[in-house]
Design a protein around this ligand. Sequence first.
Ligand code: DMJ
Length: 574
Amino acid sequence: MFRPLHPKHVYICFLISFAFFIDPSSQHVDDVKKQQMREKVREMFYHAYDNYMTYAFPHDELKPITKSFTDSLSELGNLKLEHLPTDYNGSAVTLVESLSSLAIFGNKTEFEKGVLWLSENLKFDVDVRVNLFECNIRLLGGLISAHLLAIDPTNRLIQGSYDNQLLRLAEDLGKRFLPAFETPTGIPYAWINFKKGVMENETTETSTSGCGSLILEMGALSRLTGDPRFESAALRTLRQLWRMRSSLDLLGTTLDVVTGEWLEYSSGIGAGVDSFYEYLMKAYILFGKEDYWRMFRSAYLASQKYFRYGPWYHEANMWSGKPTYWQLTSLQAFWPGLQVLVGDVAAANSSHREFFHAWEKFGVIPERYLLDHQMIHPTERYYPLRPELAESTFYLYQATKDPWYLDVGEAMVKSLNRYTKVAGGFASVRDVTTMQLEDHQHSFFLAETCKYLYLLFDDSFVAKRNYIFTTEGHPLQVMSSWHDKLPESYFSGNWTFSKSGAWESGASAMSMKVCPSIAPNSRLHEQHRESVCHVPDQKIDHKCWSNRDCGVDATTCRQRSCSEVGFCGLWNPL
Ligand code: DMJ
C-alpha cells in the first residue's frame, strides 16, 4: 500500500495555476450539475436546520433519531435529559453556527430572525463548565462572523436596524474567556465556567489545537471592539507554544498549562494539533504579521519532513522525529485544504485522493484507520458527519476548477443522504462497517459540512469577496485595515487589477487575480482591490527557466523565484 518516500524536496508554496482550457460543452454540463447540487445541499441544510429549530432549539444540538436535544457544548451534554438543570436552556449553538450558512444561502429572513432572537435571549451569565476551544470556534467565531456578514453592506442581510448586538454578545463571551489565561505560562485552561471563571481543581491539561487555535476569533474581536486583551492573550499563547517546540520544530499534542511541560510527545496533523497549523497560516492572512508566517513556515516544513509519507501522514515523536502511529484519521482530511492556501497544490491533491479513496471504500470516512494493519481502529469506527473532506474538496476545486472534484462532492452528498439522513435530521454514524447510527447531529454539520459542500458548487461567494474561513467554517473578511504591517510587495508599482465589465469586482482569497492594496480609492474606475492571492506562474507545473516565469506567492505577496533545479517557489529568505 505504501509508496517509497518522496525525494527530500519539500515543495512548499507551489502556486496554483489556472491554465485550464475548458471545452464549452463540458462547461455547460458542469454548470447544470452545480445548479442541481446546490439545490440538493440546500435541502440537506434545511432538513438539518428545520429539525433542529423544531425539536432542539434553543438547546445546543439536535438528537435526530429521538427528535430531542443535547446541551453538548457544556459538560451538561454528558448528563441524561432528566438530570439536566431545568433553568438551563442551552446556548443555541446550532443556531449561532447556522447564521453564516444562512447568509451564504441568502436567507435574509431566517438570518435576521436568528440575530433578533439571539440578541434578546442569549445569555452567557450561566453556571456551566464549557470547553474554551469549542466555545471559541463555535460560539465566538459564529457570532463574530455573523456580525461581519451583517455589517457588510453588499449582503443587505438585515432589513430592520442592526445595532451590533452580535458583537456585544461576542464581547461578553470573550471577557468570560480571559480568566482562563491567568496561568504561569499564559496558556489558557481548557475548561472554564461562564459564571465563575476557572473552577477549583480544574484540569491543567490542554491540547495544542485547543489552546493554539484562538487567534482568529480573539484577534478579530480585539480589532472590532478596540479592546486589545483578547488578541494579546491568544498571541501570547501562540508565542509560548512556539517557544516550547522541539529543535525539530515539532510540538507535542498535549501539555500542562501550569508547568509548561509536554504531556504527549507524539503528534501529527490530526486530532489535538490540526488547527494550530491552520491558525498560524490564516492569522498571517488575516492580520498580516510576519511572525505568523515565520512560525507557520517552519512548522509546515517540519510537518512535511517528519509526518509525511507519500500521500499519507503518520505521527512522530516531537523530540526524535521518529514515526509513532501510522494512522489515517478523519480530521487529517482538512490538511489538503490548508495546503491549497499555502499553494502546495500537488501535495494537496495526492493526499486528498487517499482520503476520498477511504470515503469510497467505507461509504463515509472512518474516524481512524490503522495504515500499518490496514484496518479500521477497533474503537474509532464512527463518522460524526465531519466536514474535513468536503472542506478540502472545496478548496481544491476552487484552486484548480478540475471537475473531478465536483464528482467527489456529488458522491459525498449521495452517501450523506443515503446513510445518515433520518426523518428528524442527519445522524452521526456509530460504526462505518455496519452504518449503525448514533442520535447526534453536531452543529458543525450546519456550519461546515453543508457549507463547504454548497460552496463547492457555488463560486459566487468566494469569487466576489475576500473571506478566510475559520476552523469551524465561519467566514471572516480580510481587510488591509487589520494588517499590522503590510509586506513590502504591497507597495510594488506593478499592481494587477480585477475588472468585471465596467466595474471591478472584489476578488476572493482564492481568486489569484489581484494583489492586495492599501491604495486609497483614488480613481473611481481603477480602485485597487484586496486579495491575498496573486499572479500565477507561467507554467502549470511550476517549472521555470528564470524568475520571470514565476508569479507572486498567494499568501505572502512575495515574488517567487526560480530554484536551481527549475521550480518556482519562495526560495529567497525573508
Ligand atoms: C470542527 O469542530 C472543527 O473543524 C475543528 O477544528 C475540528 N473538527 C471539527 C469537525 O470535525
